[in-house]
Design a protein around this ligand. Structure first.
Ligand SMILES: *Cc1c(COP(=O)(O)O)cnc(C)c1O
Length: 401
């Protein structure tokens, strides 16, 4: 049965993903089920999206109620869920203004436009530069791709948007070397996800903040993957005493309803995008906004941050044990429930074996297994995951040890 669907998918869908050979059908808590009823423990959560786990009744009910009331209306009119969602996002982020988008990439596009407009209003010129980081990932649209520090993703699609310079994460001098009178923004993920789970260090972020203040450059933090509680803080920069000028957020923000946002301080808002400068048909529609409101309610009710602070270190501890036991593992790193296990070899075979054994894992690059589970997982779920992963590593590498 699954095979027929897969064959059809391979004829009908554009082949932009090498998909795992499974058709997922339903979810419940930290488990997914395929069309044949097989159960999987899920440590991917739709890539850091389903923070609250699948089939959360309160969340589902809130969506159903909003569907029966009003799903969409234009941004030319006000709607209460969007206003409440903005108030709630402001409260948890400490930022002042919100623009809702439909995806992460679109939030990055908006952030870039806001930064360019801010600089344009200062000197009337349109040749400003943005500094981005090597190994970064900001999305697949042309602007987001232009600041993505992975040449492989960009290569075939040039020309990129102009005036982007790359520096190395956590190497302040490499950033300084790229700063010119034309620099309008520095964009980075507070913890790099896709690029290999590299956290930005406190000292580096503080130096960037000081540099930006001195030169009137805008600091843009992409919190699309590392934000929304994943590090044990609502936003990852909140671990440190550093505040960005513009933030991008998405993924777990809607917990499955496609939504994102870019946020800014009042100072940037007053000196950048204004009526007619930017727009979106769907962004912040009542259904998406209702999802955000309920997600933020449930984060409090279910004490999600507390859970991440307890289970995140436990996951790190269990990964440390594995690292000590296998020569094929180089190291592990990460923050909270955004962790990576770095191998000396490609991890594709381990991930395929895990899938066979009912465990869903994902890579970040070829050599890293990335752990981005629901934020409500328990230590018992971690133990169950480690047991399966351990046996997969053992089977894959036993001959070579
Ligand atoms: C996923 C991701 C994006 C892109 O988000 P989409 O919703 O896929 O467009 C951008 N930045 C980071 C850090 C991400 O992890």
């Amino acid at each position: 049965m699954m095979k027929e669907y897969i064959d059809e998918a391979e004829k009908a869908l554009l082949h932009t993903y090498n998909r795992y050979q499974v058709v997922l059908d339903k979810g419940d808590g930290v488990y997914l089920y395929d069309m044949e009823g097989k159960r999987y423990l899920d440590f991917v959560s739709g890539i850091a999206v389903f923070a609250l786990g699948y089939n959360n009744k309160a969340y589902n009910d809130a969506l159903k109620a909003q569907i029966d009331k009003l799903i969409h209306t234009s941004n030319y009119y006000y709607n209460a869920p969007a206003i409440e969602a903005a108030r709630r996002i402001k409260a948890v982020s400490g930022m002042d203004r919100v623009f809702f988008t439909n995806s992460g990439a679109e939030a990055v596009e908006g952030a870039i436009k806001a930064a360019r407009k801010y600089a344009y209003l200062k000197d009337g010129s349109t040749d400003h530069e943005i500094i981005a980081m090597e190994h970064s990932f900001h999305g697949r649209t042309m602007g987001a791709l232009s600041v993505t520090g992975n040449p492989k993703y960009r290569e075939a699609f040039g020309p990129m948007i102009g005036n982007i310079r790359f520096a190395a994460l956590n190497d302040y001098d490499s950033v300084l070397a790229q700063v010119t009178d034309k620099t309008c923004a520095i964009i980075l993920e507070t913890v790099q996800g896709e690029g290999g789970i590299y956290p930005a260090e406190e000292d580096f972020l503080k130096k960037l903040r000081r540099l930006c203040d001195e030169r009137d450059i805008l600091l843009i933090l992409d919190e699309i993957q590392c934000g929304m509680g994943r590090t044990g803080y609502m936003y990852a920069w909140q671990r440190f005493d550093v505040k960005p000028d513009i933030v991008t957020t998405a993924k777990a923000l809607g917990c499955g309803v496609p939504v994102g946002a870019f946020l800014m301080t009042e100072r940037v808002a007053q000196n950048s995008l204004t009526a007619g400068d930017h727009g979106t048909t769907y962004g912040g529609n009542p259904l998406a906004a209702a999802a955000i409101c309920k997600v933020l309610d449930l984060f409090e009710e279910q004490k999600v941050l507390e859970n991440v602070r307890e289970v995140g270190p436990y996951l790190a501890e269990r990964l440390e044990e594995l690292t000590g036991r296998y020569d094929c593992i180089e190291t592990h790193r990460g923050v909270g429930l955004l962790q990576g296990l770095v191998f000396h070899k490609p991890v594709g075979e381990i991930i395929n074996r895990a899938l066979d054994k009912g465990l869903i894992l994902i890579n970040a690059g070829t050599h890293i297994i990335r752990f981005v589970p629901a934020l409500v997982i328990s230590k018992g779920d971690v133990d169950a995951m480690i047991e399966i992963l351990d046996s997969c590593i053992e089977e894959c590498y036993t001959d070579e040890r």
